[in-house]
Design a protein around this ligand. Structure first.
Ligand code: PMV
Length: 358
């Protein structure tokens, strides 16, 4: 044909942290001040789908569209760094095999779509950058020689939490010691199949764009919060170990206790920031009280906890629970929030934790 085209499409899931990442020790490389751990959601409700295309006839200058709008790829920006790192990996492959087309030297066009509101505290940057890296890895045929953990190291430089969306199931981001970021990457703690009984329920309190973007928020918390320093040194390390063990043992009560405690500690650090940052609102707090009360009542009957709540940089609640409890949770939420529907302040958007597919 007159013009040669190489193209790949990949989708990536959202992940919701149970041990939160909040704070960078290196803002360029995106090296976190603490380890974090998340659960990857299924792709039925929340996903990013990205197509990367290399065409010998494209004029110079890589381009990217997000939800139909072109984004500027800034010279020193995160998109530029991610694309360059992926081109470097392709170049290494080409230098080992001279028969390969020199795609590393070609212009690339990237087109990405989220099937949910961007920047609404629904982790769109995580699935977005994971899908970008996955689609470039497919375009450049990097796997299996390049591992998912190695790809996660690059996704991390797009958005920290994105590194965890390269895996399904239960995923840890090991913050690392190295100043170069070589050991700051995601690893699988357990595949989704290890604990398929755990479900996620997202309560969309508001899908409006969030007030303080995570980058600016983190910077302010790192600069001003003494509580964050306590969290980094004395709170997170022990929780990482304990929640990993709880996942291995499928111990929901411990998993839930740590998940809720860590969400509350993260939001306490936001409140401890000067000036303070508020991500949760009255509806978010009402859901906390409801879940706490449901858990108390369940435990009074000698049963375990019913559910765990967690909140990211926005007011939406993510509830984790064993499958058998989901109907009760939905019923109770509908009882206390009777006006909740897709047009109101309270929508139920997604449920189910499944393995991710790329
Ligand atoms: O990766 P970012 O910059 O979108 O930050 C994510 C921060 C939290 O969602 C609040 C916590 C986390 O670990 O995902």
């Amino acid at each position: 044909s007159s013009s040669t085209v190489y193209q790949a499409t990949c989708s990536a899931p959202v992940n919701i942290a149970v041990i939160k990442y909040w704070g960078k020790k290196d803002t360029t490389l995106i090296l976190p001040t603490n380890d974090s751990l998340s659960v990857t959601l299924d792709q039925d409700h929340l996903r990013s789908v990205t197509t990367a295309r290399a065409d010998a006839s494209f004029k110079s200058g890589d381009r990217l569209w997000l939800n139909g709008e072109e984004e500027t790829i800034k010279a020193e920006g995160r998109l530029r760094r991610c694309i360059d790192e992926m081109k470097k990996l392709r170049q290494a492959k080409e230098s080992n095999d001279s028969t390969l087309p020199k795609l590393s030297e070609w212009t690339v066009h990237v087109c990405s779509e989220n099937n949910f509101p961007t920047a609404a505290g629904l982790a769109s940057s995580a699935s977005g950058f994971a899908a970008l890296i996955a689609s470039l890895a497919a375009l450049y045929e990097l796997q299996p020689e390049v591992s998912s953990s190695e790809l996660s190291r690059i996704a991390r430089q797009g958005s920290g939490s994105a590194c965890r969306s390269l895996f399904g199931g239960y995923v840890a981001w090991q913050g690392g010691e190295d100043a170069s970021g070589q050991d700051s990457l995601a690893v699988e703690v357990a595949p989704q199949s290890h604990w398929p009984d755990l479900q996620a329920l997202i309560c969309v309190v508001s899908d409006a764009k969030k007030g303080t973007p995570s980058t600016a928020g983190m910077q302010r918390t790192v600069a001003t919060s003494p509580l964050l320093q306590h969290r980094i040194k004395h709170v997170v390390p022990e929780r990482m170990t304990k929640i990993s063990q709880a996942i291995q043992k499928r111990d929901f009560d411990t998993f839930a206790e740590i998940t809720m405690a860590d969400s509350n500690n993260f939001h306490a650090c936001c409140l401890d920031t000067a000036p303070p940052i508020f991500y949760m609102n009255d509806v978010s707090r009402a859901i906390v009280q409801l879940v706490e009360e449901l858990n108390r009542a369940n435990e009074a009957e000698g049963k375990g906890k019913l559910a765990a709540y967690t909140y990211d940089a926005g007011p939406n609640a993510v509830l984790y629970a064993p499958k058998a409890n989901i109907a009760t949770i939905l019923q109770t939420i509908r009882h206390y929030f009777p006006n909740a529907d897709f047009d109101d302040t309270f929508d139920l958007l997604g449920k189910g934790v499944n393995a991710s597919h790329r």
